[in-house]
Design a binder for this molecule. Structure first.
Ligand code: GLN
Length: 486
C-alpha cells in the first residue's frame, strides 16, 4: 500500500526506523490529492508550500516525535494564522485570521504537516456538505453519494487517502455522522475536553473539536495531542488528560453495554438495523453484557437541539455585520442597508433559516415558551444519561439510521427535516456534553455503517477501549472505498 493509505501509527513506526521521510509521506498524499481531488472535492484551500516547508525542516533534523511529519487536514472553521478560514461561506471567503485556534497551535507545535483546509456545510450547519457555498464534497465510496456533514471534507479526505487524519467540529454529530458515512473513525470528546478557542462558533454550548482517523489507535494518538485545559476557553475543563493509548486494550469482558432502543424503531434502515445487531452480537461474544435500555426523554433531543442550536447560532452570527469581519456591500447608501445587504449576500439559505429561527425563539414573547423550555428538556436528557451510566459503562446506537444518502436527496427545501433527522442519534451526546465515538460497524449495500459508543463525561478512555476491542475483533477498517488507496 502507498504511504498515504497508512495510519498515523504505521507511519510513525516507519519514520522512527528511518525507512521513510516526512517528505515521502507528503509526496504520497499530494499525489493522491492530485489524482482524486477533482472528483472528491474535499479541500477548500491546499497549503502545499507550507506543508513542504514543514516536512523539509523536519527531515533536516531527522526526529519525529508525536505527530511530527504526519499529514493532516483541518475543517475550515478552525482559525489558521495567515491562511483563509472560510467556514465554506461567502461571508468569510476572504477572511484571513491573525491567529491560530488552540488546537491548530498544538498541532503546529508538534510539527504536524498541515495540507490544508477542508470543505464543510456553511458555518457547520448541515449533514451532507451540500450546504457549502462553494461546492459539495463527494463520498469516496460512491461519488453519487454525500460524505455526510458538516465535516464532510474532513471525513472524505481521510477515507480517500488525501490526509492521514483530520480535525473537525461536532455540534450535533458533524464529526461522527460523516465518519460513519465514509467508513472512518470519528470522536467527539466531552464538552470542555478540547479547547474551542479559535473555532468559529456555531452553538457554543454544544460545539466541540473532534478527530477523524482511520482507526481507533490513531484516534487515541491525535486526542492525546489536542486535549487539555486552555485558559483561552472559559468552558475548558481543568482536568488531567490521560495517555489515551493506555486504553487500547482488546478486551471488554464483563463491560456493561446499554443499547438505546429508541434508535431501532421507525426510521432506521432495515440493513443498518441488522448490521448493528450483528455488531452487538459480536460484543456479546467478546464477553460484554449487552442489554436493551430506554431513555424517556431522548425522543425530545432532536427537536430541542433545533431550538438551542439556532438560538446560539443567531447570537454568534450577529458579529458578521459587514463591519468587523468578512463580506461588506460597498454600494449601500446607508448603514442599515449595508448591514442588510452584507448579510443577505454573505449567508446561504440554511444559515439564514437558522438565524431566523434562532432570533424567533429568543425574542421577548417566545423566550420562555421555546428557549427556556428547551434548556429544561436538555437537563432532563442529561439526567436520563446520568441514571443510565449508574448501570452501564457505555451506551450504543447506530451512528446514523441510514448509510450515506444520494446528493440532492435531502438538500431540497421540502425535505429539510430528513436532513435534520440524520443526526437523531448523535445529537443527544452534544445535548448532555458526553464523549462519543463512531467506528466502522459493517456495511449495507457496499456502503459503510457506523456504530456509535457513548460514554460518561470525561470517560474518553472507556469508549476508546470498547471501540478498540470491537475494531480488533472485526475487519471493517481493512475494507477500502472505491476511491481509496488499494
Ligand atoms: N447536522 C447538524 C446541524 O445541522 C449538526 C451540525 C454539527 O454538528 N455541526 O446542526
Amino acid at each position: 500500500m502507498e504511504l498515504c493509505g497508512l495510519t498515523v501509527h504505521e507511519l510513525k513506526d516507519k519514520l522512527k526506523k528511518r525507512e521513510i521521510s516526512a517528505a515521502d509521506i507528503l509526496d504520497s498524499c499530494l499525489q493522491r490529492t492530485h489524482q482524486v481531488e477533482e472528483q472528491v472535492k474535499a479541500f477548500i484551500t491546499i497549503t502545499e508550500e507550507t506543508a513542504r516547508e514543514t516536512a523539509r525542516v523536519l527531515d533536516e533534523k531527522g526526529e519525529y516525535p508525536g505527530l511530527a511529519g504526519i499529514v493532516c487536514g483541518l475543517k475550515d472553521n478552525l482559525c489558521t494564522r495567515g491562511v483563509r478560514t472560510t467556514c465554506a461561506s461567502r461571508m468569510l471567503e476572504d477572511f484571513v485570521p491573525g491567529y491560530d485556534a488552540t488546537v491548530v497551535k498544538k498541532l503546529k507545535a508538534q510539527q504536524a504537516v498541515i495540507l490544508g483546509k477542508l470543505n464543510m456545510d456553511e458555518f457547520a450547519m448541515g449533514s451532507s456538505t451540500e450546504y457549502s457555498s462553494f461546492y459539495p464534497t463527494r463520498n469516496p465510496w460512491d461519488l453519487k453519494r454525500v460524505p455526510g456533514g458538516s465535516s464532510g471534507g474532513a471525513a472524505a479526505a481521510v477515507a480517500a487517502g488525501q490526509v492521514i487524519y483530520a480535525l473537525g467540529t461536532d455540534t450535533g454529530g458533524s464529526v461522527r455522522q460523516p465518519a460513519a458515512f465514509c467508513g472512518v473513525v470519528g470522536m467527539k470528546p466531552t464538552y470542555g475536553r478540547v479547547s474551542r478557542s479559535g473555532v468559529v462558533g456555531f452553538a457554543s454550548s454544544l460545539d466541540q473539536v473532534g478527530t477523524i482517523t482511520r482507526d481507533v489507535t490513531d484516534c487515541a494518538l491525535v486526542l492525546n495531542q489536542i486535549a487539555g485545559y486552555d485558559h483561552m476557553d472559559s468552558t475548558s475543563a481543568n482536568l488531567e488528560v490521560l495517555d489515551y493509548t493506555s486504553s487500547l486494550v482488546p478486551e471488554i469482558k464483563g463491560f456493561k453495554v446499554g443499547v438505546l432502543q429508541e434508535y431501532f424503531q421507525e426510521g432506521i434502515h432495515p440493513g443498518v438495523k441488522e448490521t448493528i445487531k450483528r455488531a452487538l452480537l459480536k460484543m456479546e461474544e467478546m464477553g460484554a453484557i449487552v442489554e436493551e435500555i430506554s431513555l424517556p426523554h431522548i425522543k425530545y433531543a432532536l427537536p430541542t437541539y433545533y431550538i438551542i442550536a439556532p438560538a446560539e447560532a443567531s447570537s454568534n452570527l450577529a458579529r458578521f455585520d459587514g463591519v468587523r469581519y468578512g463580506l461588506r456591500d460597498l454600494e449601500a447608501d446607508n448603514v442599515e442597508e449595508m448591514y442588510i445587504n452584507s448579510r443577505s449576500l454573505g449567508f446561504g439559505p440554511e444559515v439564514k433559516r437558522r438565524i431566523m429561527l434562532g432570533t424567533y425563539v429568543l425574542s421577548a414573547g417566545y423566550f420562555d415558551a421555546y428557549y427556556l423550555k428547551a434548556l429544561k428538556v436538555r437537563r432532563l436528557i442529561k439526567n436520563d444519561f446520568d441514571r443510565a451510566f449508574e448501570k452501564y459503562d457505555v451506551l450504543v446506537t447506530p451512528t446514523v439510521p441510514t448509510a450515506a444518502f444520494k446528493l440532492q436527496e435531502h438538500a431540497r427545501d421540502e425535505d429539510l427535516l430528513a436532513m435534520y433527522r440524520s443526526d437523531i442519534a448523535t445529537v443527544p451526546a452534544n445535548m448532555a456534553g458526553l464523549p462519543a465515538i463512531s467506528v466502522p460497524g459493517g456495511f449495507v449495500d457496499e456502503m459503510p455503517v457506523g456504530l456509535q459508543i457513548i460514554g460518561k463525561a470525561f470517560a474518553e478512555d472507556t469508549i476508546l477501549r470498547v471501540a478498540y476491542a470491537f475494531e480488533q475483533h472485526t475487519d471493517y477498517t481493512a475494507r477500502k472505498p472505491s476511491l481509496g488507496v488499494k
